[in-house]
Ligand binder design. Structure first.
Ligand code: 6PG
Length: 490
């Protein structure tokens, strides 16, 4: 079929348009065009990119526009446009252009990795024009965009009515259901996508620590460790990230023949969504320590100058000498599973806190369900999270759901052995150990926070609460040390 330019068409015939035809935008446009019932309008700032897409994919029945006016004219009402440009100023510029050619009731969707507070701001501004603005998190990378991503749209219920069927047509499918759901109003979709990415960072860091411990503890080759990950992928750890880890470990460098992982510089990059997850968690007062350690571990790895300066700092005398490699590998597997449960639990806690703060009605079981396929953190395990929220919609920490409580009970001796071994032999395992510390902190009957309260009251009269009485108290520390109600102090 030959794609048409708008000039050749007489009426609006596309039900969805895509603005921004870099890899993600092109792949989403192709995915949309390949589904029954869709006709896709495409627009890119430079016409060459549009032309290239039309030439390379004659099978897709695109309606190509040369400017925003043509783009708007090619769309049926309510016009629906998906913006796929670099998050930030470019998004604002496209929104401004579209609001000039769109009408009340039309829908602008931002499918980039936008910061959710930007989405809240944009939604409020665009709403004044009567146009709907939807921030939609889209996960799955280039391949997901083409074959079926996991999609996390926010925005109004009115916009979801039109947008829902279109997004359902291109989303990944898990257990017969499309991996998309209306997450909540304004920035809810991008908030959930941000947390998805934070969990992604934690999951990747945990896998990296597991690999490092096995390699340094047992001396196994990268191919042997790839076999281990492949084996793990058949059990409760089954996930996309475990699957690709085996492939990455197996890859040989074309130039040297070495395992590629030994040729790549050990300095992890980041585009910022992990940091946003942690910054937001700090603002909300939610401890996402596993995610934070994962973000910091990337920063540490790329702090080249500090690492060079510290290279000769003394480490422990003890050699990492694993007596029973098979038992150790099983310990690492269980430590990875327990730490992963903690990371997901922390992520869901952040979604709960965000929902309260921003007044979103987010169905947590649905979030886990739409992450089951299409996205980077897709995993069997997410079905357990959906089930946990179905069994108890008011569930507090995920760790208290019976399946997860049992899983950690079975894993904890291994988890502790691995963290001890890592600490004794000087192998950094920040995500493993911080997840364990979080677990122990959460379950502790009494924490040393009482001492911190005492210290705060000592130096700043910040007051404290008592175990045995209501009210707020302050101690006259250097006088007769008698206790008084804070209200009585003046
Ligand atoms: C996804 C990914 C995607 C992207 C990350 C990578 O869900 O498809 O999360 O959004 O790959 O932005 O992030 P870093 O470059 O920060 O690792």
């Amino acid at each position: 079929m030959r794609s048409m330019s708008v000039a050749e068409t007489t009426e609006a015939q596309a039900n969805i348009g895509v603005v921004g035809l870099a890899v993600m935008g092109s792949n989403l446009a192709r995915n949309l065009a390949s589904r029954e019932g869709n006709r896709v309008a495409v627009y890119n700032r430079s016409w060459e990119k549009t032309e290239a897409l039309l030439e390379e994919h004659p099978e897709a029945d695109f309606v190509a526009a040369k400017d925003y006016k043509e783009f708007a004219a090619s769309l049926q009402r309510p016009r629906t446009a998906l913006i796929m440009v670099k998050a930030g100023a470019a998004t604002d510029a496209v929104i401004t252009e579209l609001t000039e050619v769109f009408e009340p009731g039309d829908i602008i969707v931002d499918g980039g990795n936008a910061l959710f507070t930007d989405t809240i701001r944009r939604e409020a501004t665009v709403r004044e024009t009567g146009i709907n603005f939807v921030g939609a998190g889209i996960s799955g990378g280039e391949e997901g965009a083409l074959k079926g991503p996991s999609i996390m749209p926010g925005g109004s219920a009115e916009a979801w009515e039109t947008l829902g069927p279109i997004l359902k047509s291109i989303a990944a499918v898990a257990d017969g259901e499309p991996c998309v759901t209306h997450i909540g109003t304004d920035g809810a979709g991008h908030f959930v996508k941000m947390v998805h990415n934070g969990i992604e960072y934690a999951d990747m860091q945990l896998i990296a620590e597991a690999y490092d411990l096995i390699r340094r503890g047992t001396g196994k080759s990268t191919d042997e460790i790839a076999d281990i990950f492949e084996e793990w992928n058949k059990g409760e750890l089954e996930s996309y990230l475990i699957e690709i880890t085996a492939e990455v470990l197996r890859q040989k460098d074309a130039k040297t023949g070495q395992p590629l992982v030994d040729v790549i510089r050990d300095e992890a990059g980041a585009k910022g969504t992990g940091a946003w997850t942690v910054q937001t968690a700090l603002d909300l007062g939610v401890p996402v320590s596993g995610i934070a350690e994962a973000v910091f571990a990337r920063s540490l790895s790329s702090s080249r100058a500090s690492r060079n300066a510290a290279a000769n700092l003394p480490g422990p005398d003890e050699e990492f000498d694993v007596a029973d490699p098979d038992a150790f590998i099983e310990d690492v597997r269980l430590a990875l599973f327990a730490s992963k449960i903690v990371a997901y639990s922390q992520g869901f806690d952040e979604i709960v806190a965000g929902a309260i703060q921003y007044d979103w009605d987010i169905n947590l079981g649905e979030v886990a369900r739409i992450w089951k396929a299409g996205c980077i953190i897709r995993a069997q395990f997410l079905g357990r999270i959906t089930q946990a929220y179905l069994d108890d919609p008011k569930l507090g920490s995920l760790l208290t759901a019976p399946y997860f409580t049992d899983a950690i009970a079975k894993a904890q001796a291994s988890w502790r052995r691995v963290v001890v071994a890592a600490a004794r032999t000087g192998i950094p395992s920040p995500a493993f150990s911080s997840s364990l510390a979080y677990y122990d902190g959460l379950r502790a009957e009494r924490l040393p926070a009482a001492l911190i309260q005492g210290q705060r009251d000592f130096f700043g009269a910040h007051t404290y609460k008592r175990m045995d009485a209501d009210g707020t108290f302050h101690t006259l520390w250097s006088g007769d040390r008698s206790e008084v109600h804070a209200e009585d102090l003046h």
